[in-house]
Design a protein around this ligand. Structure first.
Ligand code: PDD
Length: 278
């Protein structure tokens, strides 16, 4: 596999990362996951903007995000992924330096790593819908930064897997924020309701695309946090994410959403989403 590492394309086996890397020591870095189709990155501008915003938020300044994305895209043909669906992972850390909490010497170069791999669209899950579980949102107060610090997400998603579920919906102060690796929407009387962009959720790119599709389809949208107690009143629930797409939820813990099959709004949005070109 050819990957991108600190300015060069190379075989993955030749990548060498210091154990002093601050990504390894502190989770001191940010990342992006983007989907590709036939060699083109989906929503590239949005990923570019979000990476730049994350880097700015954690004060890593020595990376040119625009040049970087061009190198990331170049991974697709180099790995035989310029036809069909693929995904890319891109990570930037503050670099390797003797361990101390405060930023290292200004000469420390960020560590940049990116890889591309094939992506299987989750067709059966889209068709049948998925189960989710509810878990407390134990994350920090800057969930709007796509940082590497995903331990609460990892634990919540592992709990979901162990419960035979696809995703964990995270609940903070009685309100659903998002999933461990996806955004969430509820449909009440035909209106699609999503969490506003605050420090409590990631600014999900798929969520943004879905809201644009709602506008195109004339479907009303409301932006407010949904109380966990109001979830059973929703006609439909669905997840949104780069690898998740638009995923109908048919079960929450041990109760069924609607009639237990993907609802019409989620199906309509999924169809429109799948029709989009990168
Ligand atoms: N996860 N919320 C969280 C906490 C996420 O980690 C993600 C993405 C999303 C959806 O964002 P987007 O639509 O931009 O993918 C929402 C990525 C895919 C991951 O960690 O693998």
């Amino acid at each position: 596999m050819t990957v991108y590492f600190n300015g060069s394309y190379m075989d993955k086996a030749d990548v060498s990362i210091s154990p002093d890397d601050r990504g390894f020591m502190f989770g001191d870095g940010v990342y992006e996951v983007a989907r590709a189709e036939d060699g083109a990155l989906f929503q590239l501008d949005a990923h570019r903007r979000r990476l730049a915003r994350s880097l700015e938020a954690i004060r890593i300044h020595d990376v040119d995000p625009d040049a970087l994305w061009e190198r990331v895209r170049g991974l697709l043909p180099r790995n035989g992924l310029d036809a069909g669906p693929a995904k890319v992972y891109l990570q930037v850390t503050r670099g390797a330096a003797p361990r101390q909490h405060a930023f290292p010497d200004a000469s420390t170069e960020p560590t940049v790593y990116a890889r591309a791999s094939a992506h299987e669209p989750p067709l059966a899950k889209w068709r049948n819908g998925v189960k989710v579980i509810l878990r407390p949102d134990q994350r920090w107060d800057r969930c709007d930064i796509k940082s590497l610090n995903y331990l609460p997400n990892v634990l919540a998603n592992q709990a979901a897997q162990e419960a035979g579920a696809y995703e964990a919906l995270l609940v903070r102060d009685g309100f659903v924020t998002e999933g461990s690796h996806s955004s969430v929407a509820a449909v009440f009387d035909g209106t699609v309701t999503v969490h506003p962009f605050t420090n409590r959720t990631l600014p999900g790119i798929t969520r943004e695309v879905v809201l644009e599709l709602c506008e195109d389809l004339g479907r009303p949208v409301e932006t407010f946090p949904v109380a966990v107690d109001a979830l059973p009143d929703a006609d439909e629930l669905f997840l949104m994410g780069t690898t998740t797409g638009v995923m109908p939820i048919v079960q929450v813990d041990d109760w069924t959403v609607g009639d237990g099959t993907p609802g019409p709004v989620a199906q309509e949005l999924l169809a429109a989403f799948r029709a989009l070109e990168p």
